[in-house]
Design a protein around this ligand. Structure first.
Ligand code: SF4
Length: 216
C-alpha cells in the first residue's frame, strides 16, 4: 500500500493522535517510557502519579530506597527490573547531565533502560526532533499495511518508514500508527469491518467480514 494512502486514512481516523503516556516534563516521560516496556500506557498512567509525587526529579529518584520504588510500581510486570532501570537512569542523569534529560540520541541511548525506541520517543516528544519510534503497534501495523515486510527487523521497519513518510510527518504519523494498532488493527482481533484499508490489506490476519457503510 502507498504511504500517502495510509497517511490519508490515518488523518481521517485519528487526526488528534498523541502520546498517551501522561507526563509533565522530559524526566517524567523518560521514566514513563521505561516503565511502558511490555505493558500498556494505561497501566503506566495508573502508577506514575504516585511515583512522581514521591520522586519528582532525578535527585530524589536516585537517592530513593529501591524497595520503595518497587512498591510504587508493583502493579507493573517486570517491576523489579524497571525499578532498577529508572533509578539507574536517574543516577546517570545526575552524574553526567546535571540531572537533566539530554537531547542527543547517543547521550539518551547511554542511559540505563533507554534503548533506541525510548530515545526516539523522548527526542520527538520532548525536543520536537523528528524521529519514528517503532513499538509493537507500529511494527505490526507497518507489516500489515505493506509498508514493511513480515520478516523485517525493527531497525529495518524504522528505516523503511523514514524513507516512505515525509520527515515533517514522522512524529504525528508515529502517534497515528500507534492509535491505529491500539484501537482498530489489534494484534489478535483486528476490526477489519471498519478499516479504511480493508480493500487493499493483504495481511494474513485480515478478517473476511465485509466493510460496513456505518463503520460498525
Ligand atoms: S484490514 Fe484488518 S488487518 Fe488489515 S490493516 Fe485493516 S484492521 Fe488491520
Amino acid at each position: 500500500m502507498k504511504a500517502e494512502t495510509v497517511l490519508e486514512g490515518l488523518d481521517a481516523l485519528f487526526p488528534d493522535a498523541r502520546c498517551e503516556l501522561n507526563h509533565r516534563n522530559s524526566f517524567e516521560l523518560a521514566v514513563a517510557v521505561i516503565l511502558s516496556a511490555q505493558t500498556t500506557d494505561a497501566s503506566v498512567n495508573r502508577v506514575t502519579p504516585g511515583l512522581f509525587e514521591k520522586y519528582p526529579d532525578a535527585a530524589s529518584l536516585a537517592s530513593a530506597d529501591i524497595h520503595e520504588i518497587e512498591r510504587c510500581i508493583a502493579s507493573l510486570g517486570l517491576y523489579r527490573n524497571k525499578a532498577r532501570a529508572i533509578q539507574g537512569m536517574a543516577k546517570a542523569l545526575l552524574e553526567k547531565y546535571h540531572g537533566e534529560i539530554p537531547s542527543a540520541r547517543k547521550d539518551l541511548e547511554s542511559l540505563p533502560g533507554v534503548g533506541r525506541k525510548c530515545a526516539n520517543v523522548i527526542l520527538s516528544e520532548c525536543f520536537g526532533i523528528p524521529a519514528l519510534a517503532v513499538d509493537t503497534h507500529v511494527s505490526r501495523v507497518s507489516r500489515r499495511l505493506g509498508l514493511a515486510r513480515p520478516d523485517d527487523s525493527l531497525i529495518t521497519v524504522e528505516a523503511k518508514l523514514k524513507r516512505k513518510i515525509p520527515r515533517d510527518r514522522w512524529i504525528h504519523a508515529h502517534h497515528q500508527m500507534i492509535f491505529f494498532g491500539r484501537y482498530l488493527c489489534h494484534s489478535r482481533n483486528p476490526e477489519c469491518g471498519r478499516c479504511p484499508f480493508a480493500d487493499q490489506c493483504r495481511a494474513p490476519e485480515k478478517k473476511k467480514e465485509k466493510k460496513t457503510a456505518s463503520g460498525k
